[in-house]
Structure formats: structure tokens, C-alpha cells
Design a protein around this ligand. Structure first.
Ligand code: NAI
Length: 215
């Protein structure tokens, strides 16, 4: 895949939103959109959109706007969503199972191959078709199944230990749901998710009577 360097995280964090909106347009059979319409829809200025896309070579055409299919394809490639990733979930409780049941993961190329847990009641079960294995089998499973991404859904006390094991097993990235800051080598990609961060924004806004949109 083409490599992009020195793109700011702010730009990168907007890409999934482009991806989502362009998919919606395609679903509505809209194949061409002016930069103005796209900006109205997304809440970014037309110049913001132009600047964002210029980081990757720019895709619009003066007087034509954007070819939705083409731009969607490009954003997909830029996000690496045209590639498939071997993925495992560690911690198969409420959250781990919910993520395993979220089929969009699969649809976007995150190929979930196994879950792991320590609880004998869960080991041997399947979520959809995906088996839950004993955590002691994780290292070997990752070694033999070309796993790129580990999703941590254990209680926070165990998360660092799991992260160490994932690093040792050579995964490239960790999607961490446990509420702790993991310490991992620099070359390991970690993306933390805290659903409640978003919820707390609601309570802030409720209490400050803001009416603005945020992204
Ligand atoms: P849960 O208790 O339902 O599931 C945790 C699972 O981890 C259990 O099945 C347990 O047996 C397993 N486990 C414990 N130690 C393990 C180990 N060493 N190796 C493998 N599996 C192990 O808990 P729930 O509700 O699913 O939450 C899981 C984690 O996700 C917690 O850390 C929680 O704080 C966090 N969480 C984070 C959210 C977020 O937005 N970031 C939202 C909800 C939960």
C-alpha cells in the first residue's frame, strides 16, 4: 500500500467521517457531489475538505466537484480498509461479546478469528462462529494465524499483562477498551476507546446549555 508521511492526526481522525458520509451517498445512489454540498452535509468547510484531501493528492475537479465512488474508494485505500486484518479479542465478557457480535468489523476487513478468556464457563463457547479459547493458547494461536490486532476487553487489572503478551506474540496494534494507559514499545499502535468520554460531553453540554455541533 502507498505510505503517507507527516499527515497530522487531526486530518487522520476526520477520515472515518468522510468514509461514512461517502458510503451513505453511494447507498443513496448519489455519484457526484459539489464541494459545497459535501461541506454542508459534513459540517466541514469546503476549504477544510480540500485541504484534508490535498494531503493525499487531492481528488476533486474544479467545476465538477467530487466523484463519490472514486473518492470513497480512495478514502478506503487511505484508511487501509481494502486490506484484511487478523483480529482477536481478549476478555470475552459483556463488551468482548458485544464487539464480537458487531458484524461491521468483519465487513470492514477486521477478520475476527478468536476470543480468549480465563473463565472455564466461557472457554469452548462460540460467539457467532468465532470460538472462545483459553488465554493460555493465545500466544500459539497468534503465532500460527497471522494476527495483526488484539482487542483488549478484560478488567483493567489484567490489561497491561495482556498487552505484554500481545506484544510478545508480535501483534502490530492494540484496540484497548480497558480504562488504563498501556505501556508498550513505540512501534506498537495503541488506540484507546472510552465510550464514557463521549457521554460526559453530553453531561457537560447539558449543564452549559451549549447548542453547537461537535465532531
Ligand atoms: P466483564 O466482566 O463482562 O468481562 C471481562 C472478561 O474478561 C471476563 O469474561 C473475564 O473472565 C475475562 N478475563 C479476566 N481476566 C482475564 C485474563 N487475564 N485474560 C483473559 N480474559 C480475562 O466486563 P465488561 O463489562 O465486558 O468490561 C470489560 C472491560 O472493558 C473492563 O475493563 C471495562 O472497564 C471496560 N469497558 C470499557 C468501555 C469503554 O468504553 N472503553 C465500555 C465498557 C467496558
Amino acid at each position: 500500500a502507498k505510505k503517507f508521511k507527516d499527515i497530522s492526526m487531526a486530518v487522520i481522525r476526520r477520515l472515518p467521517k468522510y468514509h461514512r458520509y461517502l458510503k451513505e451517498l453511494l447507498d443513496k445512489e448519489v455519484y457526484r457531489i459539489s464541494s459545497k454540498e459535501l461541506s454542508n452535509m459534513m459540517g466541514f468547510t469546503a476549504s477544510q475538505i480540500r485541504q484534508d484531501l490535498n494531503n493525499f493528492g487531492g481528488f476533486g475537479q474544479q467545476g465538477y466537484g467530487y466523484n463519490v465512488e472514486e473518492l470513497y474508494g480512495e478514502i478506503k485505500k487511505i484508511l487501509g480498509l481494502n486490506i484484511s486484518y487478523g483480529t482477536v479479542i481478549i476478555g470475552s465478557g459483556n463488551l468482548g461479546q458485544a464487539i464480537a457480535n458487531y458484524t461491521n468489523l468483519q465487513k470492514h476487513g477486521f477478520n475476527l478469528l478468536a476470543l480468549f478468556d480465563t473463565n472455564p464457563k466461557l472457554i469452548g463457547m462460540r460467539i457467532r462462529d468465532v470460538p472462545i479459547y483459553d488465554i493460555d493458547e493465545m500466544q500459539e494461536f497468534i503465532d500460527t494465524n497471522n494476527i495483526n490486532i488484539g482487542i483488549i476487553c478484560t478488567p483493567k487489572e489484567f490489561a497491561q499483562d495482556i498487552a505484554n503478551k500481545l506484544v510478545k506474540a508480535n501483534v502490530s496494534a492494540i484496540w484497548n477498551f480497558a480504562p488504563i494507559d498501556l505501556k508498550v514499545p513505540e512501534n506498537i499502535i495503541v488506540e484507546n476507546v472510552h465510550l464514557s468520554d463521549s457521554l460526559f460531553i453530553i453531561s457537560y453540554l447539558l449543564n452549559n446549555q451549549e447548542k453547537e455541533q461537535w465532531d
